[in-house]
Each structure stands twice: as structure tokens, then as C-alpha cells.
Design a protein around this ligand. Sequence first.
Ligand code: SF4
Length: 152
Amino acid sequence: MGQADRRFLMASPEKGAAETGTGANRTCPSARCEPGAALLGVKGSDGRIANLRTAMPIDAAFIDAARDAGPPEQRMRFASPCATTGCSQWTGERCGVIDRVLDHLKDATVAQRETLPACPIRGTCRWYDQSGASACYACELVVTDNSAMAAE
Ligand code: SF4
């Protein structure tokens, strides 16, 4: 899967405004490492998240082991049911996280994929539902807990 060094481009969403809404049964792709979540991807040596072929449900033993090496959300991504109004990132009608990510990246120059990354949750993903392909191109650059980077 090739990558080209070029300005981060906003793709035309295959889905988007028309389907944006509270939409039941959507999946949050940037969840905490906690019971009920599934492992979605792991950060590689290139700093990008590589998705698993299948999201892997996590248990207490996994969570304990993952936390032993530091905040799991700094090196892995997790998925869980979107909590909508139960989440501080919910703006009232959509997830604010991916909107901020895309806004942050709109002037960035980063290597961008030629094709969408493989993803086991695309069918229900909240971010994809809101922003289509643009969300997927940005997704592998997102770390749920970026406090370590902020501290640098
Ligand atoms: S934004 Fe795209 S790549 Fe990321 S979790 Fe959602 S569907 Fe998968």
C-alpha cells in the first residue's frame, strides 16, 4: 500500500452531512482501554496506527498488562460503542474529536495513503459516518491519549 509525500488532502466524503446525526449503534474508534472495549490498532515504529484485521475484545488481564507499560491509549487504539450524550466529546449532534483532527490537519504536510486503510469497524464507525474517507486518512495519525506528546 503506497504512500505519497504530499499535502494532507481532504477527500470527498462518501458519507457525511446527509447521514450525520446521533445514529444509533455507531462505534467510537478512539475509546479508552477499559472493560467492554476492543483493541482496534497498534502504533507502529513510524508513529502511525496499524489496524488489526479484526477488533479484539479486551479483558481485565489485557488491561492490567497494557497499563503496566504506561497509558495504553498512547500506543494503541480501542473501539467501543459510541456513548453520544454520555461522552464529553459529543457536541450535541456529532463527535467533536474527528472534526478537530481534520481541522488541525487541513494545512499539514504529511504522507498520505493512496487507499483507505483496512479497518474492521468501518461499517459502524462514528468518524467515518461523519466525515467519510477523510476520517480514515487521518485516523492512523490519531493517538487517543496524546498527553505525552503535549508534554514534549
Ligand atoms: S475513521 Fe476510518 S479507519 Fe478510522 S476507525 Fe473509522 S472507519 Fe476505521
